[in-house]
Design a binder for this molecule. Structure first.
Ligand SMILES: [Zn+2]
Length: 657
């Protein structure tokens, strides 16, 4: 995409300009890299775990790879008088591991909203203050926990619950248990909540049911508590969820609506059918239909909406008597070439000025359709039947088949958040990484793909200016943090900078500058292909990219992701005695290394560009680059003239005769 030639990095015709002159190469002991040992050489081999038959050295899941599975059937009721949800749940936990499990850990994420939770008393940004302000104290009430008719013993520790078993769950066995729970819906505190708007109330429900913690081959039970920043890490499973709400409410949820004829008017059913074959948004509930009864029979003023989604890592939903609703179809081409329709839809209150199809910028549903189609074409076909965008109290959050987006009046803001949250379908809803530990592995990958989706929608070149300036900021800080820092331990102001922008920008540089598009895309597709609907660790990503890309990127993983190394390239000088050759002395002043893009201008007005391969810094931090000047005299040399790289000090990037 960018003008700097990737081709020279992998060795092309420009190399003819390099010469074997006296003093070329790494000649000065003072600049020797690694201090005489491999100990601190950024290029040294990665200190990775020994590969297993579950996770191969290539980064591919091996023949012994396994993962658990967990299916949920939930009946939930929303009580608008008390703003609370009560539910009854049957969980089928499939132990596909070769191990016997002696106890089960459950994640109780609503307990974050207890006023005495670890998360609200520590560092969930703003949470405790908002809870005090709203006089809110939430968390679960659990009235029943049993298996096979027998009560199960359990103990709650903050957002975790350990469940004792009468007998271990054997390898290959399914453990079924039932649970009744309820909670008061919090105000907009974190990822979910409720909001009063002009025509009623919007409820956004996510991380709302107790779910079995992830048991994996790397750590056993993953029991990091929910403190607020780290999102979630869960098994895939099938969901059947019934949601009972007042009859004037519209509901949207992960997956497909299974009983449309029970909850919608015949006119709305016809419009929904029309939307499924329409490229343009069809209004199903407009302004005049807000909160209106739909002629659905109900004895007690309540109506039950039923949803199903298969192979999803969680389930979320929203309900409101203030929603408008429009929808259209996205066309997805599957791997076998067959085409499939995905329903793209939006639910929003009248305050959401730019959401409807007539809104400035085209409205939410058009954005959803674009993102679904763009990422499906590039990465992997969208797997679910529906994608809904919900406007409500949450600023921006993603779940399978449903996203929450808070932007109301700014079309660019609405596009940006919608596109980002839809993009999370691929990372981490499909490629299911551990968000609670490695936020960058979904946020950063998503930020990377968003760069291209945005450019495609607006018909512009990719814009990475913000990604770069924030990377420079975090790399030149007094006490920098690396990308691999767990989100709960990352300085709040840096979460966006490190996990989103620096990671996304790193992948962008890998594609556009270090590997080139074709080589990167092939390796990235291999990673997605190997790990879709599975659970990669960071190392599986690094290994996959190296194996499928045929490249040793130890320096890049180490400097960019594992350590907070700062890049500072510089020119120490240019030596030219005759007119046939010169030596350009290039320094890697910072701890990070990169290929060096050079622009060389001559007194006769001609100019040339080249990129020195990163390998010039294998043994030294100062490289004497020989350059054939072919009868000309160098006037100036500039490093990274197009300002693609996060160079923390550009003042040393220019040399002039
Ligand atoms: Zn995100």
């Amino acid at each position: 995409m960018l003008p700097i030639g990737c081709s020279t990095v992998s060795g092309s015709s420009t190399n003819r300009s390099y010469v074997n002159a006296e003093g070329v190469g790494a000649t000065d002991e003072r600049f020797r890299r690694g201090g005489g040992s491999e100990g601190d050489n950024i290029f040294r081999a990665m200190d990775w775990n020994t590969p297993t038959d579950r996770r191969l050295g290539s980064g591919k899941p091996g023949a012994g790879y396994w993962q658990q599975r967990c299916d949920y059937a939930i009946d939930a009721t929303l009580d608008e008088e008390t703003d609370s949800v009560s539910a009854s749940m049957v969980v089928s936990y499939h132990n596909n591991s070769p191990h016997e499990l002696e106890y089960v850990w459950i994640q109780l994420e609503q307990n974050l909203f207890r006023i005495d939770s670890i998360g609200s008393r520590t560092r969930t940004p703003g949470t405790i203050m908002k809870m005090l302000e709203y006089d809110f104290d939430g968390g679960y009430g659990i009235s029943r926990l049993e298996s096979g008719g027998e009560a199960l013993e359990s103990e709650v520790y903050d957002t975790l619950m350990r469940v004792e078993l009468d007998a271990p769950i054997g390898s290959g066995e399914t453990f079924e248990f039932e649970m009744d729970f309820s909670f008061k819906v919090p105000p907009a505190l974190r990822r979910m909540g409720m909001e009063d708007v002009e025509d009623g109330t919007i409820y956004e429900l996510a991380q709302w049911f107790p779910h079995v913690c992830k048991y994996d081959d790397v750590r056993g039970w993953n029991t990091l508590p929910y403190l607020g920043s780290g999102e979630f890490y869960t098994d895939f499973g099938d969901y059947e969820v019934s949601i009972t709400v007042p009859e004037t409410y519209l509901v949207s949820a992960s997956g497909a609506l299974m009983n449309g004829s029970d909850v919608l008017s015949s006119e709305q059913l016809d419009l929904l059918e029309e939307a499924l074959s329409s490229e343009e948004p069809v209004v199903i509930v407009g302004e005049d239909g807000i909160g209106a009864e739909r002629g659905v029979i109900s004895d007690d003023g309540m109506v039950t909406w039923s949803y199903e989604i298969e192979n999803a890592r969680t389930f979320a939903w929203a309900a409101s008597d203030a929603f408008m609703w429009d929808a259209c179809a996205a066309t997805i081409t599957d791997r076998d070439g067959s085409e499939r329709t995905v329903l793209c839809q939006s639910f929003y209150p009248r305050e959401a000025e730019v959401w409807g199809p007539e809104g400035e910028g085209g409205g939410s549903t058009r954005y959803v359709k674009h993102s679904i189609e763009f990422y499906s074409d590039w990465l992997e076909p969208y797997p679910y039947p529906v994608m809904s965008n919900i406007n409500g109290p949450e600023g921006g959050m993603e779940y399978p088949g449903i996203i929450f987006c808070g932007a109301r009046t700014n079309p660019e803001g609405l596009f940006g958040v919608t596109d980002h949250e839809v993009g999370h379908t691929w990372f981490p809803m499909i490629v299911n990484s551990d968000e609670r530990r490695y936020m960058w592995q979904d946020e950063g990958f998503n930020t990377f793909i968003n760069i291209y989706s945005k450019a495609d929608w607006y018909g512009e070149d990719p814009d990475i200016s913000r990604h770069m300036s924030q990377t420079v900021e975090v790399c030149s800080a007094h006490e920098p943090q690396p990308i691999v820092t767990a989100p709960d331990r990352t300085w709040p102001r840096w979460v966006g900078r490190l996990m989103y922008r620096k990671t996304g920008y790193g992948l962008y540089l890998l594609r556009e500058f270090i590997l080139g598009e074709a080589r990167f895309d092939r390796a990235f597709a291999q990673y997605i292909g190997w790990w879709k609907f599975k659970h990669p660790q960071p190392e599986d990503f690094f290994r996959s990219m190296e194996d499928a890309g045929g490249v040793d990127l130890a320096w890049f993983w180490r400097g960019w992701f594992l350590e907070p190394a700062a890049l500072d390239l510089g020119i120490a000088g240019v030596k030219q005695s005759g007119s046939e050759s010169a030596i350009i002395v290039v320094d890697s002043v910072g701890d990070m290394v990169m290929p060096v893009p050079l622009t060389i201008r001559y007194l006769d007005g001609s100019e040339e560009t080249t990129v020195l391969p990163v390998e010039v810094f294998h043994t030294t931090s100062r490289w004497n680059a020989g350059w054939a000047t072919k009868g000309r005299v160098i006037k100036s040399v500039v490093i990274d003239e197009d300002e693609l790289l996060p160079d923390v000090d550009r003042s040393n990037n220019r040399w002039r005769r």
